[in-house]
Every structure is written in structure tokens, then in C-alpha cells.
Design a protein around this ligand. Structure first.
Ligand SMILES: Cc1cc2nc3c(=O)[nH]c(=O)nc-3n(C[C@H](O)[C@H](O)[C@H](O)COP(=O)(O)OP(=O)(O)OC[C@H]3O[C@@H](n4cnc5c(N)ncnc54)[C@H](O)[C@@H]3O)c2cc1C
Length: 466
């Protein structure tokens, strides 16, 4: 172990300007988007490029403290926080889009590129990268790959893992490994290790670069919004849509509490009080989607909506999306704190699980709002509370645990897209037995035997031991 103080050791690994250690600077890195759980790191480093990141990783073992990779810090699961102290590595310097290969339908990007910056760079080439978490303006591709992010259009297009062709990663010994590449495949290794890397939540190594699969931009998009008086009818609409040959790209839902939140805000769009809102998109060749949009609108009406609005014009489509897009931001404004759960359930259990959310939240006097990816059964109950009020956090944690137990009972699982982090690590044994947990634990242990990388994440007791 190096006897020098941490700040002196860091100065040996990186230029002085790349190290932050004043309390005011560190405070900005204490939490992710779940702001109520904060952990002050001992230091933050901001490598200017991949070479500096490699230099840091080469010396990191000697530091004797945890190392936590961080993109934009928009995680909703307590992922990029220093739960056991240590050094946060902010990847904002690695933000080059290195190549857009239109003929090959792939691009090569550094981990700190913001998702929407990639979208903007791809658009003029007539191609796109489908995963679209709502945090797109700021979240980074590094964070997306590490948490296997999803988004509104994943019902048809799939999640991040469906688009990662290759990963470059720096391990704790400073070695740089590539798994896959522009052509996909396994790279020099026999096993497809890039699959282990995707969703590894910063526990295996530091990603520097990715090769990502692109698709041609859809020629035409129709957006449809419908409201329903009750859960039974919106459920019928979702089931019919899932089975319909139009195969929507997105099927999103806002419950009446979410509708009320939007309609009592400055973002009001005139949705009927007490209604459930469904938003969907179909895309593809103009002749095909123009032929399909009528039957889809009929399907929505047949399920019980007398309020179906649709458009293929960009400005109007944005208006139809407004309530759904505004909801995330409003949650943060309405309440000092909120927790969003990320359970995936079989769609047949939607009414059962939503009712549990309402019953539990109402009994505890906690406000609950549901805004979610209904097509995937990816539920996002948001619990609004004030962590300064004694007992409120405990109430929310109890509701979350009961919710997760029910989710598992109905055949669901803990996370669809946000990852486990430290927020859901306590629930892992609800899904996985001891043998499965042992095997899963063996993966970070193989890459990182002392668990120096992002300890206390994914597995509740996965501590860094010096
Ligand atoms: C308003 C809002 C809406 C959201 N909507 C969605 C949504 O629709 N779908 C969705 O999936 N998520 C959503 N999220 C959650 C979040 O934006 C995603 O999880 C996103 O992928 C995190 O990216 P980030 O750059 O902020 O990563 P961070 O939060 O900084 O980190 C996330 C995880 O990635 C690891 N990590 C980051 N960079 C690297 C790297 N270079 N190498 C190794 N590990 C790394 C971290 O250690 C951490 O475990 C939303 C969040 C907010 C606040």
C-alpha cells in the first residue's frame, strides 16, 4: 500500500487540473438522480482522454480505495455513487464520436458521448441508434451500456445490448481489452465477453469506447394518443396492440395520477380528468404505416377510447408526446425526493400490481405516480416523499419491498432498464437463490478480486477489502 495521502498519489497518476478534492466540488458527485441517498467521495478525477484513464487505472490498485466510474450521474438505482467512499472517475473528457460508418451501419464512439449528441450527429446520415432513455440530453453511452439502458421505443427496437457490437474496456491492471468490434462477434476471446460487460454497472472495468449498430431512420412515423376511463379498457388496448401486426415501436402509459400531475402543472395539455393515457408510435415505409394507422386507431377506439388523436406531422407529434415527456421533470419539481421503481411484470399482472401500488401508497400517505413503458410491462411507480420528514423514507422503502415481492410472485423481475445499483441490491435474493448469486458474484470476482470497482453495488455485501 502506498503511504502517501490520496491526493498526492492521484497527482502522480493524473495532471493536477484533473483532480477535484474540495468539499464543494465533491458535493456535486455525492448522488445520482436518486438525490436523497448521498455519499461524499474522497476525490473525483476527470481524465482528459482514454490515455489518461488508462494511466489512472494502472495505478488505481495501489490507491487502496474504491474506484467508481461515472457518466452523467443520471442513474436511478444508486449506481455511480461512492457508497464505500473512494475515487469517482468522471468520463466527460472521453466524448469523441470517432467514426460514423454509414455503409456498414455502425459507429465508433467514446464512453462520455451524450446520447442526444450521437442522435444529432447520425441524423444527417439517415441512420439512428434506437435505445432512447428519456435522460438522452445528458446521459452518456458509457452509463447506457453499463446499465443496459432502455427507453420508450424499446418495445420494438430492444435495449442497449441489442446494439452493442463491441466494447473497449480498461481493467484494474491497466490492460486494455476489446471484446467484439465493428463487425460484432467475440473479438480475440472465445467467449462473448462483451455480453458480460453490458449491464455490468461499473463492476468489471472502465469502458472507454464502443462500436454500436445503427439502423436506417424510419421514413415515416405516426404518433397516436388515446385516453381511457379505466384500467380494464387501457389494458385491453395494450394487449390488442401487442398482438397487432403493426408492431408499434413504442407503447407508453400514464396513469390518472400522472395525468393529474401534468394537468395541474404549466405543462397541461387538456387530458380528461381521471383518465389513463396511452401513447404509441408506428413507423416504417409511408405506404405501409399509412395503411396501418387506420386499423390501429380503430383498435384503440374498440378497446374503449372515444378520444384518439393522431398525427404524422412533427410539430403535432411533439405535442402528443408532451405529457409523457413532461412527467419525468415534473416529478423532480413536485417533491423534495422521489424513488422510481423499475420492475418488469407479465402484462397480464398489470392491474394486480398497480392496485398494490395504490393501496400501499394510499395507506402510508405517500403520493404515487405511474409513468411507464406499458408495451414491455416495464412498470415505473414513482413514490414522492420528503426524506427530511422522519419516517417517510422508511415508509417508501417498505412499500418498495412489498411491491418487489409481489412483482416476483407474479413472475416479474427487479429491473427492466435502470439496473440494480445499491438501491435494489437488497432485493436480489428475492429473485436469485444462493447458487445463482454465487455464480453471478464470481464474475466481478474474476475481473476484480478485491471488489475495488463500484463496491456495494448489485450485491449488497460486495465490499472492497484492502
Ligand atoms: C429523467 C430521467 C429519465 C430516465 N429515463 C430512462 C429511460 O427511459 N430508460 C433508462 O434505461 N434509463 C432512464 N433513466 C436512468 C439513466 O438515465 C440511465 O440509467 C442512463 O443509462 C445512465 O447514464 P449516465 O451517463 O447518467 O450514467 P451514470 O448514472 O453516471 O452511471 C450509471 C452506471 O454506469 C456506470 N458507468 C458509467 N460510465 C461508465 C464507464 N465508462 N465504464 C463503466 N461503467 C460506467 C456507473 O458506474 C453506474 O453503475 C432516466 C433517468 C432520469 C433522471
Amino acid at each position: 500500500m502506498n503511504p502517501l495521502p490520496l491526493s498526492s498519489q492521484l497527482k502522480q497518476l493524473l495532471p493536477r487540473g484533473r483532480i477535484l478534492d474540495s468539499p464543494a466540488q465533491l458535493a456535486g458527485y455525492a448522488a445520482d438522480a436518486l438525490g436523497y441517498k448521498s455519499y461524499l467521495p474522497d476525490a473525483v478525477v476527470i481524465p482528459a482522454d482514454a490515455d489518461e484513464l488508462v494511466g489512472f487505472m494502472k495505478g488505481a490498485r495501489q490507491l487502496g480505495v474504491p474506484v467508481i466510474l461515472r457518466g452523467a450521474g443520471t442513474s436511478l438505482s444508486g449506481g455511480p455513487v461512492a457508497a464505500q467512499g473512494g475515487v469517482v472517475v468522471h468520463t466527460s473528457g472521453l466524448k469523441r464520436i470517432r467514426e460514423i460508418n454509414v455503409e456498414g451501419f455502425w459507429c465508433e464512439v467514446e464512453c462520455g458521448v451524450a446520447l442526444n449528441d450521437l442522435d444529432a450527429a447520425l441524423k444527417p446520415h439517415g441512420v439512428f441508434y434506437p435505445p432512447d432513455p428519456s435522460s438522452g440530453p445528458v446521459c452518456t453511452l458509457g452509463g447506457n451500456v453499463a446499465s443496459n439502458a432502455g427507453g420508450a421505443h424499446c418495445f420494438r427496437y430492444g435495449v442497449t445490448s441489442n446494439y452493442v457490437l463491441g466494447v473497449e474496456v480498461v481493467l484494474l491492471d491497466g490492460s486494455v481489452q476489446r471484446f467484439g468490434g465493428p463487425a460484432g462477434g467475440r473479438g480475440p476471446w472465445r467467449e462473448d465477453w462483451k455480453r458480460f460487460m453490458i449491464g455490468s454497472e461499473g463492476t468489471l472495468g472502465a469502458f472507454t469506447r464502443f462500436w454500436l449498430r445503427l439502423l436506417p431512420l424510419p421514413e415515416k412515423v405516426w404518433t397516436l394518443r388515446a385516453t381511457y376511463p379505466d384500467l380494464r379498457s387501457i389494458e385491453a388496448a395494450i394487449h390488442a396492440l401487442v398482438a397487432h401486426s403493426s408492431y408499434p415501436a413504442a407503447i407508453e402509459m400514464l396513469d390518472p395520477r400522472g395525468v393529474a400531475m401534468v394537468e395541474t402543472s404549466q405543462m397541461a395539455v387538456g387530458l380528461p380528468k381521471g383518465s389513463f393515457m396511452l401513447l404509441l408510435e408506428i413507423d416504417g415505409p409511408p405506404a405501409l404505416v399509412d395503411a396501418r394507422v387506420g386499423p390501429v386507431a380503430d383498435l384503440l377506439r374498440h378497446a374503449g377510447s372515444n378520444d384518439v388523436v393522431l398525427s404524422d406531422q412533427d410539430a403535432m407529434r411533439q405535442k402528443l408526446w408532451k405529457a409523457r415527456k413532461a412527467a419525468g421533470g415534473l416529478l423532480g419539481q413536485l417533491s423534495p425526493d422521489y424513488v422510481v421503481q423499475d420492475a418488469v411484470i407479465p402484462k397480464s399482472a398489470l392491474a394486480d400490481v398497480l392496485q398494490l401500488v395504490y393501496d400501499e401508497a394510499d395507506a402510508a400517505g405517500i403520493r404515487a405516480v405511474n409513468v411507464f413503458h406499458a408495451g414491455d410491462g416495464n412498470l415505473h411507480p414513482n413514490f414522492l416523499f420528503d426524506s427530511r420528514v422522519p419516517g417517510e423514507l422508511e415508509k417508501v422503502e417498505l412499500i418498495s419491498e412489498r411491491l418487489m415481492r409481489r412483482v416476483i410472485e407474479v413472475g416479474g423481475t427487479l429491473s427492466g432498464e435502470h439496473g440494480i445499483g445499491n438501491d435494489k441490491s437488497a432485493y436480489m435474493p428475492l429473485v436469485f437463490g444462493p447458487d445463482s448469486m454465487r455464480l453471478q458474484w464470481a464474475v466481478p470476482a474474476a475481473f476484480n478480486p478485491t471488489h475495488q470497482l463500484n463496491p456495494l453495488k448489485v450485491f449488497q455485501n460486495r465490499r472492497f477489502a484492502t
